[in-house]
Design a protein around this ligand. Structure first.
Ligand code: NAD
Ligand code: MG
Length: 382
């Protein structure tokens, strides 16, 4: 029996994880649940999964939640940064699924590591911001960080049992998002609704926009550098519109291993939660006859400069990745709020990165300071 803290329980990853728990009640027990909002759903989850503790965004939400609970399960209700950190480090928990969105994941990740809880990591922003600090601390504390992102799960599955020195190249696949074939001139007219309409995956709003700008792949490039200790120069991004090959690894002798599956996050989530076991998730295999062909091509950096921003952040390191991440979060939110257009997302990230005076080898407070600086700067630039 594995005891879980699920952070971001009401989101796309969180609800898929709870579907897996529901399928395997003999294997998993939920000890802590957290969410920022959607209290009605959180209430139903509390009734069904009976956690000992929950955490929500702030004191108002905590009071509201307390008033909404009618069933026999009455978990302790905590809130804010401290509440999320305590849920991550909860005493009866063995593993934390970090599935909240954005920079809010960093402190709970570190709290989980300090308490020696293994992490199933969906929140890529944590490694983009502070990958060096998080990975070093996880090694010191002997904490496993298991990838939930489908590409990183694929890479992990391909290198399992292989020797590090034999790995030469990673091929990071991307669907290309809804604007794969949209000419640059048409970008100005892209609406919130167009951008949220991902062709292959059903995901939260922020990552859906990140997929549309390809910033998701930029974030994933940095995530892969930290998770697998591979130089960004050995990671090639490939547009693969069918989203069947979740990523590939090339070895020194020219062999390439791919991990495939239908585009459904349950496989990657289930593998991280149950590693090294594989669960029966009732998943269908891809219908290869129906598919007929799997295609790959190079990304268009002219239309999607996000990948260049991420490469720049990989090269410069220091506080620049955190600044890129924060500027992106502000830009995505402003686009979702209809305060600026789709192409402005690229402009805002680029301008904010250009204005930043990068600090080398920052500690945690240096990273958080850079994150705050970038948010203020990006807001002022809008
Ligand atoms: P989502 O928007 O569907 O859910 C986010 C969850 O986090 C919700 O429970 C929400 O209440 C909570 N949350 C939001 N803001 C918060 C804050 N400031 N503090 C604490 N909690 C907060 O997002 P998602 O699509 O499930 O993605 C979650 C994370 O997983 C992201 O980092 C994303 O990049 C990553 N990821 C998602 C997918 C996917 O298919 N959805 C795939 C790979 C990686
Ligand atoms: Mg991914």
């Amino acid at each position: 029996m594995k005891n879980l803290s699920i952070l971001g329980a009401t989101g796309s990853i969180g609800t898929s994880a709870l579907d897996i728990v529901r399928m395997h009640p003999d294997l998993f027990r939920v000890r802590a649940l957290t969410a920022a909002n959607n209290l009605p759903l959180l209430c139903r989850q509390i009734a069904e999964f009976t956690p000992e503790v929950v955490a929500v965004l702030d004191a108002d939400k905590a009071r509201e939640l307390a008033g909404m609970l009618t069933g026999p399960c009455r978990p302790d209700i905590m809130f804010g940064e401290i509440g999320y950190a305590r849920a991550a480090a909860w005493k009866t928990t063995d593993m934390v699924l970090l599935a909240m969105v954005g920079a809010a994941g960093l402190k709970p990740a570190l709290a989980a590591i300090e308490a020696q809880k293994d992490i199933a990591l969906a929140n890529k922003e944590t490694l983009v911001m502070a990958g060096d600090i998080v990975m070093a601390r996880a090694r010191e504390k002997k904490v496993s960080i298991l990838p939930v992102d489908s590409e990183h799960s694929a890479i992990f599955q391909c290198i399992m049992g292989k020797r590090n020195k034999d790995v030469k190249q990673v091929f990071l696949t991307a669907s290309g998002g809804p604007f794969r074939n949209t000419p640059k001139e048409a970008f100005e007219k892209i609406t919130r609704e167009d951008a949220l309409n991902h062709p292959n995956w059903s995901m939260g709003e922020k990552i859906s926009i990140d997929s549309a700008t390809l910033m998701n792949k930029g974030l994933e490039l940095i995530e892969a550098v930290h998770l697998f200790g591979i130089c960004h120069e050995h990671i090639q991004v490939l547009i693969h519109p069918q989203s069947i090959v979740h990523s590939m690894v090339g070895f020194t002798d020219g062999a390439v291993m791919a991990q495939m599956g239908v585009p459904d996050m349950k496989q990657a989530i289930g593998f991280a939660l149950s590693f090294p076991e594989r669960l029966d998730l009732g998943m269908a295999f891809p219908d290869f006859v129906q598919l007929q062909s799997l295609t790959f091509h190079a990304p268009d950096f002219q239309r999607f400069p996000s990948l260049e921003f991420a490469r720049q952040a990989c090269i410069r390191k220091g506080t620049l990745p955190a600044v890129m991440n924060a500027a992106n979060e502000v830009a995505v939110q402003a686009f979702l709020d209809r305060r600026m257009g789709f192409s402005d997302i690229f402009r805002l990230i680029s301008l904010t990165m250009d204005c930043h005076t990068c600090i080398d080898n920052p500690d945690l407070s240096g990273i958080i300071e850079a994150d705050h600086w970038a948010r203020t700067k990006a807001e002022s630039l809008i």
